[in-house]
Design a protein around this ligand. Structure first.
Ligand SMILES: Cc1cc2nc3c(=O)[nH]c(=O)nc-3n(C[C@H](O)[C@H](O)[C@H](O)COP(=O)(O)OP(=O)(O)OC[C@H]3O[C@@H](n4cnc5c(N)ncnc54)[C@H](O)[C@@H]3O)c2cc1C
Length: 197
């Protein structure tokens, strides 16, 4: 996951700070949380959290969303999501063990305020760890490996890609295991076909 780069964010990573609402949202059931981000993923994760949590503070850096109109409407029509536009996260506050709040500032007025939350979700995107394949394997503009439709085949024969490195949509253990199984079977099939010749 991409992080904001705050020291306090890493200090409380796993103790209230998370980059995966689907994975960790449940731990904040009935509580107040904040989420930073303005794209489709952030909007989807905010509405997911809103179903579990008491209140979701959504921190948007600009004065508008990057998310699609449909996703924006979902957020805007969810009563327990409060949107804070033009807002930067300055610090994650805690008691030494867990997150207790966040310090935010309005990047237009400079006004600072604290918001009490027990969870802080970062939803500003991901960087797949595929740098070493650059120039060899086809990848999209964000670095996700491109595989052939309904397959784990890459542009190089005998090289198969699976898991989070080729999945920009779901990025879950179960989906990674599924495509991992597909890649193993395709590799086996590939080798078996070679032996037949
Ligand atoms: C904090 C957190 C919580 C999560 N919770 C959940 C959850 O509750 N449910 C769920 O379904 N999913 C969850 N996920 C997502 C899940 O962990 C991933 O989708 C899954 O691990 C992806 O599997 P993968 O094998 O594709 O990649 P990874 O698990 O990331 O494995 C990649 C491996 O490749 C290794 N590697 C990297 N570069 C190289 C290299 N150059 N040479 C050799 N090895 C290399 C890495 O060390 C690593 O071991 C969570 C993720 C995070 C970060």
């Amino acid at each position: 996951a991409k992080w904001l780069g705050l020291e306090s964010e890493q200090k409380y990573n796993g103790f209230g700070v998370s980059a995966c609402a689907v994975c960790d949202g449940f731990f904040f059931k009935g509580q107040d949380v904040a989420i930073v981000g303005a794209g489709d993923t952030a909007a989807e994760e905010a509405t997911y959290l809103a179903k579990l949590c008491n209140k979701v503070h959504m921190l948007v850096r600009r004065d508008e969303f990057r998310a699609s109109k449909a996703m924006q409407n979902r957020v805007l029509n969810t009563p327990n999501i409060e949107i804070h536009y033009n807002t930067d996260t300055k610090e994650i506050l805690g008691n030494g063990k867990n997150v207790t709040g966040i310090l935010v500032s309005n990047n237009k007025t400079g006004e600072e305020k604290t918001i009490d939350v027990s969870g802080f979700f970062v939803a500003i995107g991901h960087n797949p760890n595929t740098e070493i394949f650059k120039g060899w394997l086809d990848m999209d503009e964000t670095g996700y490996l491109i595989t052939k439709s309904d397959s784990t085949k890459t542009n190089i024969e005998g090289v198969f890609a699976c898991g989070d490195a080729q999945d920009k949509l779901w990025r879950q253990a179960i989906t990674a295991a599924g495509t991992g199984c597909m890649a193993a079977l395709e590799a086996e099939r590939y080798l078996a076909a070679k032996e037949d010749h």
